[in-house]
Design a protein around this ligand. Structure first.
Ligand SMILES: [Cu+2]
Length: 317
């Protein structure tokens, strides 16, 4: 979480009067700096290296979290040591694809701002060509825009929050023609690793999501696959609520599987039985993806680590 802490600096708080009443809402400017890094990083729990392209040296890139109405003050650095142009496409931004989202060459940087007007969860990704390769090699992440109104009956405060970002791993990182045809896709990545949080399928996995029985666990999910939707399902459970695009105005109740399109992000609540310890396996129910790495274990036990899924621990490294 070092990058998260160092790259997100709350710059200033502006105070705006809302309407004619004395009610006030603080809108902040949040400074976000990302560096495009072409680096070899581990893509499984035993440390197999892959020549990835990343934001800040990790898949996914840093979690960006702001409140509705905040201004994101963004800088993208493309170091001279890189071989390729890179770009940033925040799905939470309403700007100009030819201006803000334009690629920048190695040895340059760009700076722009946007106001996060729409609440929810959004993907971000590199939009430089060939885009399929820049995304498949790891240049993606999540931006959470918390709703201005805060929590409510419709959008209850969760006990834990976790970020899960799914992607596709291709055997040949340079063959973007194969990526376009979805050929050479060998594995699914969850937060950058195959079976990242699944000690059942991978003896090298040391982590799982944890919660206490009966807690409301909120999952912010991004489908960063380049070609395939995700059939998002909690085995041995039912999604209590699904907030489409993470927006509390778009709430579905009692859902077994929700189909998440490429580039879509949604928020999912699950509440386990209160009276006993249980486990869930959160999967892409598309079998070819589940068994290539897209399974995440959620353990609901009374001794769950109280710091997991809270504060800066929502994306388990
Ligand atoms: Cu890129």
């Amino acid at each position: 979480m070092k990058f998260f802490q160092t790259t997100l600096v709350i710059m200033a708080a502006g105070l705006f009067l809302v309407g004619t009443l004395t009610e006030t809402v603080e809108a902040k400017t949040v400074k976000v700096v990302m560096t495009a890094e072409e680096v070899k990083i581990p893509i499984d729990n035993k440390g197999t290296l892959y020549p990835a392209w990343t934001f800040n040296g990790a898949i996914p890139g840093p979690v960006v979290r702001v409140s509705q109405g905040d201004t994101v003050d963004f800088t993208l650095i493309n170091p001279r040591t890189n071989q390729n142009s890179h770009a940033m496409d925040f799905h939470a931004a309403q700007v100009d694809v030819l201006k803000e989202f334009a690629p920048i060459k190695p040895g340059t940087q760009e700076h722009w701002t946007f106001v996060a007007r729409v609440p929810g969860v959004f993907m971000y990704h590199c939009g430089a060509m060939p885009m399929v390769e820049h995304i498949a090699r790891g240049m993606y992440g999540i931006i959470i825009v918390d709703p201005k109104g805060g929590y409510s009956r419709r959008y209850p405060k969760p006990d834990r929050e976790y970020v899960l970002v799914q992607g596709q791993l291709f055997q040949n990182p340079d063959d973007y023609q194969a990526m376009l045809k979805n050929k050479g896709w060998t594995n699914s990545l969850i937060n950058g690793k195959i079976f990242h949080y699944d000690p059942v399928h991978d003896p090298n996995a040391t982590q799982a999501l944890v919660a206490k029985p009966g807690e409301r666990v909120r999952i912010f999910f991004v489908n960063a696959n380049v070609n395939m939707p995700v059939a998002f399902h909690p085995i041995a459970g039912i999604w209590d609520r699904v907030y489409l695009n993470g927006n509390p105005k778009n709430t579905l109740y009692g859902i077994q599987t929700y189909n998440v399109a490429p580039s879509e992000a949604d928020t999912f609540d699950i509440v386990s039985p209160k009276d006993r310890p249980t486990n869930n396996a959160i999967v892409d129910h598309t079998m070819s993806a589940a068994l290539r790495g897209a399974i995440t274990v959620l353990m609901n036990t009374p001794d769950a680590d109280p710091s997991a899924g809270r504060g800066s621990n929502i994306l388990l490294k």
